[in-house]
Design a binder for this molecule. Structure first.
Ligand code: ADP
Ligand code: MG
Length: 701
């Protein structure tokens, strides 16, 4: 039993021992047989293809050649001693060369016999040779792990290689474990799921991922293991969602009352877009179910998230609850306050604002009015949840900008009340649907994927350094028309000093181009004090300055409808989503807006693709998809908690279909069997219970 147990430490595998075991642990995190089995090849060499000698070229990777040994001789003395054999097919001859294991070659490589030689061809003295080829007799013997048409290639490291644990060495270990323990491998997915999605069982999948019988078997194996990987991530995310829904009751917003109706019919100056209506309906449904809503609303800049938030807050008001909306910065909070106040036009609901700058007197009054329920909607910064604010009856919290609002803070809200408020998170940084399902998999996600009609798309141009004068000319024309201009410089920690120098040089150049009484420049960068920043921004907001030169501090935020030109310096140094966010600062007024991307002449392939993408489209979702392809999900998730991103096999770009299937399967399972108490789901229940550290689903309701 002992020898075939999958939990056996790798040390006990034949040929491993304590030293190699230690290195395997350190380098690859492989502790047990089971760990080894889930260390998958990263690619395969196609061994169904045989090359003819006449087809060889020096730049070919590994090839295999079928031929007869037509000669073999030992050459040289001592350390130069080597064996050279000639392998001949009907198109020519190559040399096979060995410098080591000469005795073995002497005894085993037979003149006149047919072999398959496998290795990397090189040109030597005008003819092809392979040194230290792998040789197999032909025809190949058939064993489970031999006779491979697709040879697995494993990632290894220098250290591992020193102990003969290169790809081949790892393959040998895999073969041993599979021989000894494959029968011990247990199924992790219920059989009805295997049937429904026609997935191969776990044993077959593991065998074929390491030693594919053929490319069909490999595909089946990959599909099964990817499904499994994504399925269990979704199971974990959705079970914690389920857990929350069972544990926390939610406020009921059962009626659409006078406030919503009056606002919608009499006050709202425009028709909602289809997407806005759909999202409001989704929120309506959530808040009537008796569960606590946790919904993420994704919508591109300018897609009209504020109205959606406002109508949701009015819905809360209509049902006797207060609502609040939180922004990441003081400036943004003020902007929200103004746009909400102006949308409401002094009617329907009473709105107020609380930020770090509110005076003591204001606070005292506000606290009192919140507690008495006079205030319906409170706007503020995150200080709202820290502050000793007591609401009479808080029913809904809207959080603007997910990025700065972590899981921790959300949890704080859940704990704040007996019945926690509904939570609506709004983000203007669209992320692809599949990524959202993984990163925000425990939230419901709504998309406002439509802009209000009549918006003029921002025109985006890419200029090289040599076209700088043209750019200045364009700035002059626009400023002469009364417009305002942003000029943004990158600021990256490592080169902070250098970047500030660039910014200062840029300002000098501008001062030269636009001599003073002509115009005023606001300057904002990260090294300035907050009050100074505020002052400079305010001057720009009020139209006292025409140019705002800034590092990316303006990324999230300010709304200056009269600013219609965004110039981004060293644009190649920004990421796609950042570029898109920056561009979103313009295009807010009635005027045609422009974005000019300045870059050096030399661009990396990726840098070029980013700039091309920006010129090609204004659609944030499209941009985020391309970003995901360019950077991979790990990078994209950035400051978001990773963990869920450590995928072994599945790829969030290429395997979207499988992800959808996996997620939908889990959703269906929970619909049918919320506590996973059906016998067919016993395996899944065990997984969930283990992950939730003993808090079993059925113990909480
Ligand atoms: P964001 O999604 O970036 O927060 P806002 O909510 O600030 O966008 O909306 C941008 C602008 O579009 C605001 O001036 C808002 O009043 C306006 N707006 C929102 N929805 C519509 C609509 N359906 N039709 C016309 N204008 C709209
Ligand atoms: Mg907004």
């Amino acid at each position: 039993m002992f020898a075939s147990d999958l939990d056996t430490t790798i040390e006990f595998l034949k040929g491993v021992g304590p030293k190699r075991a230690e290195i395997l642990q350190k380098e690859l995190g492989i502790f047990t047989y089971a760990d080894l089995l889930s260390y998958y090849p990263f690619r395969y060499i196609d061994r169904t293809r045989f090359y003819k000698v006449s087809e060889l070229t020096p730049d070919l990777p590994y090839v295999q050649i079928l031929g007869r040994i037509t000669g073999k001789e030992t050459i040289g003395e001592k350390h130069k001693k080597r064996i050279v054999a000639r392998l001949t097919d009907e198109t020519g001859t190559i040399e096979l060369v060995w410098f080591q294991s000469l005795k073995w070659v002497e005894e085993n490589v037979m003149r006149g016999k047919v072999y398959i030689a496998f290795g990397k061809p090189a040109v030597f003295n005008g003819s092809f040779s392979i040194s230290h080829p792998e040789l197999e007799t032909y025809p190949r013997p058939t064993t489970v792990t031999g006779n491979l048409t697709l040879q697995p290639v494993y990632n290894s490291t220098e250290k591992l290689k020193k102990f003969s644990l290169d790809s081949k060495g790892i393959q040998k270990m895999q073969a041993l474990v599979i021989e000894q323990c494959l029968a011990e491998v247990k199924e992790t997915l219920p059989s009805y799921i295997l049937e429904k999605y026609q997935l191969v069982n776990r044993r077959e999948a593991l065998l074929n991922i390491h030693f594919p019988k053929d490319s069909g078997a490999l595909q089946h194996a990959e599909r099964r293991l990817k499904f499994e990987e994504l399925f269990f991530i979704q199971l974990q995310l959705l079970s914690s969602k389920q857990f929350r829904e069972l544990k926390f009751k939610g406020h009921l917003f059962s009626t659409v009352g006078k406030r919503v109706n009056t606002f919608y019919k009499d006050i709202l100056p425009f028709e909602l877009t289809g997407a806005q209506k759909r999202v409001i309906k989704e929120i309506r449904i959530d808040t009537q179910r008796g569960i606590q809503m946790n919904r993420l609303v994704q919508g591109d800049v300018g897609s009209g998230k504020t109205v959606v938030a406002l109508m949701s807050m009015l819905l809360a008001n209509d049902n006797g609850f207060q609502a609040c909306i939180m922004a990441p910065t003081e400036i943004l909070a003020r902007q929200h306050y103004h746009s909400i106040a102006s949308l409401l036009d002094g009617k329907v609901a009473r709105v107020d604002i609380l930020t770090g700058n509110s005076t003591k007197k204001q606070r005292v009054m506000l606290h009192q009015q919140l507690e008495s329920g006079e205030i319906d909607i409170l706007v503020g910064t995150h200080a709202l949840i820290e502050d000793k604010v007591i609401f009479k009856n808080l029913g809904l919290v809207v959080i603007d900008e997910q990025h700065r609002f972590g899981v921790e803070q959300r949890a704080k809200l859940w704990r704040k009340n007996n019945i926690p408020p509904h939570i609506l998170v709004m983000t203007a940084t669209p992320i692809p649907r599949t990524l959202a399902m993984t990163v925000y998999g425990d939230l419901d996600v709504s998309m406002i994927d439509e802009l209000p009609v009549g918006r003029k798309p921002i025109e985006t141009k890419h200029f090289f350094e040599g076209q700088r004068l043209r750019m200045f000319g364009f700035m002059k024309t626009e400023i002469a028309k009364g417009r305002q201009v942003y000029v943004v410089y990158p600021l990256i920690k490592e080169s902070e000093k250098l970047d500030l120098l660039h910014l200062e040089a840029g300002i000098e150049q501008m001062r030269y181009q636009f001599p003073l009484p002509d115009l005023q420049i606001s300057i904002v960068h990260g090294k300035m004090k907050n009050v100074d920043k505020q002052f400079e921004m305010q001057r720009f907001v009020e139209g006292k300055t025409q140019i705002m030169v800034a590092t990316t501090v303006i990324e999230v935020g300010v709304n200056v409808p009269n600013a219609s030109v965004m110039i981004i310096e060293n644009a190649e140094r920004f990421g796609l989503s950042q570029l898109h966010q920056l561009r979103g600062r313009v295009g807010r007024g009635a005027e045609q807006s422009y974005c000019i991307l300045m870059s050096g002449q030399k661009l990396s392939k990726e840098g070029r693709k980013r700039l091309e993408t920006m010129v090609m489209t204004n659609n944030g979702f499209e941009i985020s998809e391309i970003d995901l392809e360019l950077r991979g999900p790990g990078d994209l998730s950035g400051t978001m908690q990773s963990g869920v991103m450590d995928l072994k096999l599945a790829n969030l770009v290429k395997d979207q279909q499988i992800l959808l299937e996996a997620r939908n399967t889990v959703i269906e399972i929970f619909q049918e069997d919320p506590l996973l108490s059906l016998p067919q789901n016993a395996l899944l229940k065990r997984f969930v219970d283990k992950k939730s550290r003993g808090i079993a689903l059925d113990k909480i309701s």
